[in-house]
Design a protein around this ligand. Structure first.
Ligand code: ZN
Length: 381
């Protein structure tokens, strides 16, 4: 009996002490030290910031810019196309991002439209058939302020595109060969665009012909629709300086500005600068070969259309002198020239000539255009 009671008492005491220990443990779990409280606060703030950014809370105040890489196509083994992006914007583009410089969302959109602030790249290098993602990525010059100072004002969404590398089909291969073996001429037009240029572009398009336009930057700005149409129908866009000075007479900086300003004006409209340069008056210098940074394309047939301003004289001059590989110089700012060119497109095609851009003519004859080099024509050996 005594023995039994002792055992029971001992058991009770042990149960009590266990219960007390449990309570102690529980108390210490519930107790928040200042350090723990601080950590909890920091985590809470981080979570809030993350949720705010991820869900676009306060969306009403954030202007959204979409930067979408455009889909592109190419045949296997060809040169990769130049990737382009489309920039759209929802919201108030007048929002100021930097008080000091008065830099606005519109300025950012303009910069993106000019091809700055992002890169477009694809893993597809054109050597194998398939579909590849074209990745749009912001450069740190744009992504850094977007993630810090501007994050509650503007947001840029990047959307990838697709590069389709296609198998060359026999029909295409045959048409490429046929093009290469046919006699070709490059019609070129200087000093425009002007008010007759659209009429000429319509005729080129109707007859599936291409030409090269060596344009003045000051006219590019006035005739943007014409420049966009040139690109659309496969014509080549050339640089003829900004306002037609004799380039060798300028300082290096002035010369570079003449070329750059025109390239920028063209890029503003088409997304790409000019591919070839024709110096005004055909005037070049040895210094220019070093500094222009573009191939210089002159001509083999000078129609003197600017002097005669005679449609029939211009037509006759070309038809009497032309041969395979020639580069023909005309000026699309004169109505008489445009009328002559429209007639020439038909007549030359009837004679079996293929009317191509300067670069296509060069490529089909195995020339690789080099910066600072001068070219007058591209002939088969
Ligand atoms: Zn000129």
């Amino acid at each position: 009996m005594r023995k039994y009671n002792l055992k029971r008492r001992f058991k009770k005491a042990r149960a009590r002490s266990r219960a007390m220990a449990r309570r102690r443990r529980k108390r210490s779990r519930n107790y928040l030290s200042p350090a723990k409280l601080g950590a909890v606060c920091v985590i809470a703030v981080l979570v809030m910031v993350f949720v705010t950014r991820a869900t676009g809370l306060f969306k009403d105040n954030v202007v959204e810019i979409n930067l979408a890489a455009q889909d592109a196509e190419m045949y296997v083994g060809e040169d990769k196309p130049v990737f382009m992006a489309e920039i759209t914007c929802e919201g108030d583009t007048g929002v100021v991002l930097d008080e000091e410089t008065e830099y606005t969302v519109q300025n950012l959109v303009d910069e993106l439209n000019g091809g700055n602030g992002y890169t477009l790249e694809s893993e597809g290098d054109g050597t194998e058939v398939g579909e590849y993602e074209i990745k749009a990525e912001l450069t740190s010059a744009v992504s850094t302020p977007l993630n810090t100072d501007w994050f509650d004002k503007v947001k840029v969404n990047t959307v990838p595109g697709t590069l389709k590398v296609k198998e060359i089909d026999e029909e295409y291969r045959a048409s490429v060969e046929a093009r290469k073996n046919r006699p070709m001429i490059a019609l070129t037009f200087d000093d425009g665009p002007g008010r007759y240029t659209m009429k000429l572009l319509d005729a080129l398009e109707e007859n599936n012909a291409q030409a090269t336009f060596f344009m003045l930057g000051q006219n590019v700005e006035k005739f943007g629709d014409e420049v966009a149409k040139m690109k659309e129908i496969g014509c080549e866009l050339g640089n003829h300086s900004y306002n037609h000075p004799s380039l060798p007479k300028l300082s290096t900086d002035e010369m570079k500005a003449q070329i750059e300003n025109t390239n920028n004006a063209i890029k503003e409209i088409t997304g790409e600068p000019a591919s070839v340069l024709r110096p005004p008056y055909g005037a070049t210098s040895s210094e220019m070969s070093e500094t222009v940074g573009m191939p210089m394309v002159l001509w083999s047939i000078d129609t003197l259309d600017w002097k005669t301003k005679d449609t029939q004289a211009t037509i006759d001059h070309v038809l009497q002198n032309v041969s395979d590989g020639d580069i023909v110089l005309m000026h699309d700012i004169y109505e008489t020239t445009v009328d002559a060119a429209i007639e020439l497109i038909k007549k030359l095609q009837e004679q079996g000539y293929y009317l191509v851009t300067v670069s296509e003519l060069a490529e089909s004859r195995g020339y690789e255009l080099a910066d600072g080099e001068k070219y007058y024509g591209f002939y088969n050996e």
